[in-house]
Structures are given as structure tokens and as C-alpha cells.
Design a protein around this ligand. Sequence first.
Ligand code: NAP
Length: 297
Amino acid sequence: MISATHVLIDASTRPIALLGDPVAHSFSPLIHNTGFRVQGLSYVYLACRVPPQALAEAVAGLRALGFAGANVTIPHKEAVLPLLDRCTPGAKAVGAVNTILCLPNAQGKTELVGENTDVAGFLAPLKPFLPSLENSEVVILGAGGAARAVVYALLTHVHPARLTLLARNPKRGETLATDMAAYDTRHVLRVVPFAAAGAAVRTAHLVVNATPVGMHPHDQETPWPHATDFHEGQLVYDLIYNPLRTRLLREAAARGATTIGGLEMLLAQAAAAYKWWTGHELPLQAVRAALQSSLGS
Ligand code: NAP
């Protein structure tokens, strides 16, 4: 019934959902379904557009319909926490969940467990740069769910000398900073409005975009329009993966900065989620080939 290159969807197939809004741009169905197909695993991954007012019903539906798990994306990563039975310590610390495991418990009920694989995903492409980033200056644009994972990852694994968070909504930024205070043992985190952040961007060793500005179909937008602030010796990391090269990255590279796009983070966080749901390693070579052929590159 199941071969190495083909999975028959039948009565035993376990569904896994992506819950977000929008989801039409997502590469996650291609990534996970390629893994299931190549490894002959009887799962199917579906992208479900869930507006905020339907999130509670969608999460209850995972349990009711026997889903194996889910991914959670923009704008639900924080709102989903109170809808789950429990979270891993990492997800609780971040205050945002991007992966749910539907786990049968001893009483025969299904427990919904939240995890955050964005932390490991964010750090994966930074590994070669980690030694040079210790005691560096870092700027993060955005104060949402992804920014939470980025701040937590930086405070616990990179140990910068200064971490400047640019928040459009200062209250959201301050809440993030308060929630991360336990990990900010050297008091390096500060929240500033975009309009007052020019000097911080110019002196930063690492600039991370954790806003959706520049994401398809708004490819001509950038969260930091002052391109002359970028220069050689800087690392500019955009979490956006569609398009692969955002305007932010193109402008930073043109000024001599080293750039990292969001695809490597996407693959690393997907691999961690895939392992959690299936117990298998995501077949990265096959997944990269599928992405390349889908993107026509
Ligand atoms: P989110 O929770 O909605 O947070 C987005 C943040 O960006 C919020 O702080 C928001 O400000 C801010 N923002 C939105 N528009 C802005 C604008 N025009 N100017 C300034 N700030 C703006 O979203 P998220 O889940 O953190 O995701 C953020 C981005 O990261 C998305 O593009 C997502 O695709 C990407 N991402 C990529 C990966 C990956 O694996 N590569 C993983 C996670 C996320 P307000 O608080 O004022 O709304």
C-alpha cells in the first residue's frame, strides 16, 4: 500500500494542519508532504486559513478530528497558548507556540502540547557567526511571536552586549521585554520606536527583521527604508522566506552587508516539528529539491 515514493491517503492517514491567516503563501505543505511521501509515512499536511475569531474552534477541531498535530503561524502564535493543555518549558518561556503535538494520554484523551521550534530554527543559520556575535550589538525589528523566539534565542544562546527591539506598538514591545526579563540577566534589552532607531541600526552587528513587511505580495516594501544605514561587517537576517531575497536583503547586500534569508530557519524549524510529530528526520535533500523545483530555480 505504501511505497518509498508514494503514500496512499486512506482511513488511517493522520492529518496535520497549518493554522494561520494568511496561509496561501506557505511552503510548509510542500516541505512536510515531501517528507511524508519520500519516507512513506501516512500523514497529510494541510494549510488551513483560520481568522482570529475561529482559532478556538480550529484548535478544538484538532482534538475532535484526531489530528496528529499542527503548526501555528501569523497571527496566532501567542493567542493559541491558553487554548492548549500544556506547553514545553521552551514554549512557555518564549510565550509563543508554532507547533502543536496531539498526544493521547493514559486516560485515552488527547492532550494538546505546545512547542516553539522557531528558537532552534532561528539559531540554525547563525551557527557559523555565533562566536563573533557574543557581546555584539543586535537590533530586532518587530515585537510579535517570531520576535519573542528571536529575543529568547539571542538572550540564552548568543549573549549580546545590547539588544534593541524596534516596536511599532510600544506597549507590545514592553510586554515582550517584561516577559523576557528573567533571561535578560545583563539588562541588555531595550525597546525603542522605529523613528528613534537610526543610530542603533548603524552600529548593529546583527539586524533581524521579525516583521512581515516585505513579504509576498508586498515585495517592494521594506521595514527599514534607510538603506544607507547598512554597511560591510554587518549581518542582516530577514525571517521572511517568500520572496527568498527581500528588498531589505537586496539593499543590505548592495551596501556590503552579509545577508541571511528566512528559508534556512523555515527548514530548521520544520525539521524539528517533523521529528516531534513522526519520530523521523526530515529528508532535507529531497525537501530542498522540491522547493527548488517549485520556485523554478
Ligand atoms: P506577528 O506575531 O503578527 O508579529 C509581527 C510584528 O511585526 C508585530 O510586532 C507588528 O507590530 C510588526 N509589524 C507589522 N507590520 C509592521 C509595520 N508596517 N511596521 C512596523 N512593524 C510592523 O507575526 P510573527 O509570527 O512574529 O511573524 C513575523 C514575520 O516572521 C512573518 O513574515 C513570518 O512569515 C516570519 N517568520 C518566518 C519564520 C521562518 O521560519 N522563516 C518563522 C516565524 C516567522 P504590531 O505589534 O504593531 O502589530
